[in-house]
Design a protein around this ligand. Structure first.
Ligand code: AHM
Ligand code: MG
Length: 335
C-alpha cells in the first residue's frame, strides 16, 4: 500500500514483493539510479554558477577540467551501476556501443541490462530550462554468466521490466514504473530524500495541449499538418494550447499531469524523426501506457517495434489516448 510522503526507499521495500521476480536485484538497481540521479541533480543545479566555477572545457580553481554536464551525467550513471555490480550491461545514448559489465565472470549472476539517456535536452542547460534523465530496464535474454550481446539490448519495448525518468526542474522528481502503475517522487533538497508526491499518475484521457516543434512545419508529413490544423480549429473545445519546451521529459511530464500530446514526427529533413527508440521512446511509451496514455509512431504501437540498431530513431506520438488516436487517424487518412 503506497501512501503520500513515503520515501522512495520505503516504497521500494514495501512494493518489492508485488514484483514478479523478487530477488531484490531490481530494487537495488532502482536504488542505484536514485543515488546517481541525486549526484547529477546536484551538478545540474550548479550549472548557473558557470561564471564563478568555470564553463565546460575550462579548468577550475582546483586544476580540474570542467566537464560538459551530459558527459558528467553519463559517467555518473555508468560508474554507479558498474561499481555496485548489479547489472550485466549498459547502453547509453552517449556511447557508440553497449558496455558489458563483468558478464564473462560465471559468478556474476546479474540478470538486468539498463539503457539510458543520461541527460536529455542538455542544450537547454545554458538557459536554465529543465532537463531530464530517461532509463529503461530489461532482463537479459542470453544466459547469465556469459558476456552480454547486442540481443540483450535490441529487445522490443514490450519486454521492459521497468522504466522511468528524472526531471531536473523547479523541483527534481523521479517518476518510474515497474509495470504496476506510475509513481512520482519529489526530492526534498534540504534532506536529499525523495518522497512519494504523485502516486498512481494517469494521463487524462483527453487534453488540450499539443507539443511539437512547429518551426519544422513545412517539412512535416501531410497527416501531421492536417492534425495541427485540427488542433488550431475553432470548434468544440479547440483551439488547443501549444506548449513546447524542447525537453522531452518536461513536455511529457506536463502533458501527463494536464492532458496533452507530444509529437516528434519524421520530416523531409529527418526520415525517421529525431528521438531514439531505445533510450527515449520505449521508456516514455512504457510509462505512458502504464499511466493510461498511448504512444505510437503514427501507425504502430512504439512498444511493438522491433529494434534493429542501438541508436535507431523513430517518429513519436505520445500522450493522452484520445489525442494520440486522433493524430493517428489523420496520419492514416493522409497515406
Ligand atoms: P537530445 O537527446 O540531443 O537532447 O535531443 C532530444 C531532445 C528532446 O528532449 C526534445 O524534445 C527534442 O530533442 C527537441 O528537438 P528540437 O530542438 O528539434 O525540437
Ligand atoms: Mg536524448
Amino acid at each position: 500500500m503506497s501512501r503520500k510522503n513515503q520515501t522512495l526507499g520505503e516504497f521500494i521495500i514495501e512494493n518489492q514483493s508485488s514484483f514478479k521476480y523478487t530477488s531484490g536485484e531490481l530494487s537495488r538497481l532502482i536504488n542505484s539510479i536514485r543515488l546517481a540521479a541525486k549526484v547529477v541533480n546536484h551538478e545540474v543545479n550548479k550549472a548557473g554558477l558557470v561564471d564563478i566555477i568555470g564553463a565546460a572545457g575550462d579548468t577550475n580553481i582546483q586544476g580540474e577540467d570542467q566537464q560538459k554536464l551530459d558527459v558528467y551525467a553519463n559517467e555518473k550513471f555508468i560508474q554507479t551501476l558498474t561499481n555496485r555490480n548489479i547489472v550485466c550491461g549498459i547502453a547509453s545514448e552517449e556511447e557508440d556501443d553497449f558496455i558489458s559489465i563483468n558478464s564473462q565472470d560465471e559468478n556474476n549472476q546479474n540478470k538486468y541490462v539498463v539503457l539510458i539517456d543520461p541527460l536529455d535536452g542538455s542544450s537547454n542547460i545554458d538557459v536554465n530550462v529543465s532537463v531530464g534523465t530517461i532509463f529503461s530496464i530489461y532482463r537479459r535474454v542470453t544466459p547469465v554468466g556469459t558476456p552480454v550481446t547486442i540481443d540483450d539490448f535490441l529487445q522490443k519495448g514490450n519486454q521492459q521490466v521497468a522504466a522511468g525518468y528524472v526531471v531536473y526542474g523547479t523541483s527534481t522528481m523521479l517518476v518510474y514504473t515497474t509495470g504496476d502503475g506510475v509513481n512520482g517522487f519529489t526530492l526534498n533538497p534540504a534532506l536529499g530524500t525523495l518522497y512519494l508526491s504523485h502516486p498512481n499518475m494517469q494521463f487524462p484521457e483527453d487534453g488540450n495541449i499539443y507539443s511539437i516543434n512547429e518551426g519544422n512545419y513545412n517539412h512535416f508529413p501531410q497527416g501531421v499538418k492536417d492534425y495541427l490544423k485540427y488542433c488550431q480549429k475553432e470548434e468544440d473545445n479547440r483551439p488547443y494550447t501549444s506548449r513546447y519546451i524542447g525537453s522531452l521529459v518536461s513536455d511529457f511530464h506536463r502533458n501527463m499531469i494536464k492532458g496533452g500530446i507530444y509529437i516528434y514526427p519524421k520530416s523531409s529533413k529527418n526520415a525517421a524523426g529525431k528521438l531514439r527508440l531505445l533510450y527515449e521512446c520505449n521508456p516514455m511509451a512504457y510509462i505512458a501506457e502504464q499511466a493510461n496514455g498511448k504512444a505510437s509512431d503514427g501507425f504502430t504501437r512504439i512498444l511493438d517495434i522491433e529494434p534493429t540498431e542501438l541508436h535507431q530513431r523513430v517518429p513519436f506520438f505520445c500522450g493522452s489516448t484520445n489525442m494520440v488516436e486522433k493524430a493517428e487517424e489523420f496520419m492514416q487518412n493522409a497515406e
